[in-house]
Design a protein around this ligand. Structure first.
Ligand SMILES: Cc1cc2nc3c(=O)[nH]c(=O)nc-3n(C[C@H](O)[C@H](O)[C@H](O)COP(=O)(O)OP(=O)(O)OC[C@H]3O[C@@H](n4cnc5c(N)ncnc54)[C@H](O)[C@@H]3O)c2cc1C
Length: 390
């Protein structure tokens, strides 16, 4: 008997990867619905997920891509992270995590989202078991025996034993599944831009805690770096208004002294930092993933990497399962992922807060923390392994 397809709403980073993982782990057919046109094979896509940002992929995420046969294609236009350099503006204390010390080839790699999209969507279109409906969206869902009836805006009707919401932080599908979400507006925005350099970055990623928010410089191919700076909205407004030369000068002054000299800055874009947590991630015949489940502060580049660990666990649990929507099956998945999600979620919420507090005692303990990490390789190594998703 032919099984009804598993239906994913949202063809962004999470939805696209999940479709491939479900097939890899035994799903006969998957339908992926995306509201934006996906313009392959001519050019990399441009959607809210596959946009001008770059993403630091952990070693764990690269291993997942390798298993799908996509790792080499991603690496073709990615820069390896050999070292992570963590420091605080105008304070002593710095720590380095290095691939050599961890005994791995690289701590991770940085790829531009549009290239990642090109690789993922190329694999999606090549898989006969995946049907991509784009541009299309849901116009409604109805619960029925054994799953959901799904109405598409294009007028078609689908039946599925498992409806998966991967349609981002403002997920409409999550709402339809009856799952509420908590939003926390941090009052901060993330500002991103690509930077060209006057010298090589040598595979070093810089994480610098400034008084007004964390700044990350991630290595990119061709002597470039990706900037992610998060700060109060009013200050981001000021940054957006600076000329390129002014922005470059201000930025260089905020970088660690041993960071490479900056040569140029590309278009600046901003993302409001509203952190979202779904109040539940599974219901009978329904599950939420990616940003629809949890939207993290980009401070340590963990949002997608955490989602990938969820997606792998979900695909392993439901991929070849004859009853993929049973609540017991979905609860087993949710339970398996609870601890990792809680740990990473809390860390990405508290780390920027901790570094924002200005009292001398806090400043001192932060400094001690960085120094302790540098002196105690075990502590640093544990942190590195978690960040690498291993
Ligand atoms: C500045 C910044 C930097 C980041 N850097 C990193 C990093 O270095 N490393 C890391 O791990 N993570 C990083 N993240 C987090 C990462 O971007 C997210 O984890 C990732 O985008 C989640 O993907 P998603 O597919 O769940 O959601 P989204 O990217 O929001 O995609 C949702 C998709 O659903 C589609 N959609 C929406 N509504 C509908 C609908 N009704 N019907 C059909 N389709 C719909 C959208 O068009 C979109 O394609 C960063 C985030 C930010 C903001």
């Amino acid at each position: 008997m032919t099984q009804q397809p598993l239906v994913i709403v949202g063809g962004g980073m999470a939805g696209a990867l999940l479709a491939l993982l479900l097939r890899r782990h035994g799903a006969e057919s998957v339908v992926l619905i995306e509201s934006h046109p996906l313009s392959l094979p001519d050019a990399p896509p441009l959607t809210p997920s596959f946009d001008a940002r770059s993403t630091a992929l952990s070693a764990g995420t690269l291993a997942v891509l390798d298993d799908l046969g996509l790792g080499n294609a991603v690496r073709e236009h990615a820069a390896a992270i050999g070292t992570v350099h963590v420091s605080r503006q105008s304070h002593l204390g710095m720590t380095r995590m290095s691939a050599v010390e961890e005994g791995v080839e690289q701590l991770g790699a940085v790829v531009e989202n549009r290239w990642l999209g090109f690789v993922l969507l190329g694999a999606l279109f090549a898989d006969k078991g995946i049907e991509v409906r784009a541009p299309d969206t849901l116009s409604g869902i109805r619960r029925q025996e054994g799953g959901y009836q799904v109405a598409l805006a294009s007028g078609e009707m689908l039946e599925t034993p498992l409806l998966i919401a991967a349609d981002g932080a403002r997920s409409k599908t999550r709402e339809w599944l009856g799952i509420s979400a908590r939003d926390h507006d941090t009052g901060h925005d993330a500002l991103i831009a690509n930077l060209s350099l006057k010298a090589s970055h040598n595979g070093i990623a810089y994480e610098r805690f400034l008084n007004d928010g964390p700044l990350a410089l991630l290595p990119l191919p061709d002597q470039r770096m990706a900037l992610v700076w998060t700060g109060p909205r009013a200050q981001v407004n000021q940054w957006m208004a600076l000329t390129d030369n002014e922005a470059l000068a201000q930025l260089q002054g905020r970088c660690p002294a041993d960071a490479p000299r900056l040569g140029g800055i590309g278009e600046r874009q901003r993302y409001p930092l509203i952190l979202t947590d779904a109040c539940a991630q599974v219901v009978p015949h329904g599950v939420v993933v990616g940003n629809a489940a949890h939207t993290l502060h980009p401070v340590a580049g963990q949002g997608f990497n955490l989602a990938v660990r969820d997606l792998l666990a979900l695909a392993q649990t439901v991929g070849g399962n004859p009853d993929p929507g049973s609540l017991a099956t979905l609860q087993a998945y949710a339970q398996k992922r609870e601890k990792d999600q809680a740990l990473i979620g809390q860390a990405s919420r508290w780390v920027p807060e901790l570094f924002r507090v200005q009292q001398p005692l806090f400043a001192h303990s932060r400094q001690l923390g960085l120094v302790a990490m540098d002196i105690l390789p075990g502590l640093r190594s544990g942190f590195a392994k978690r960040a690498m998703g291993l």
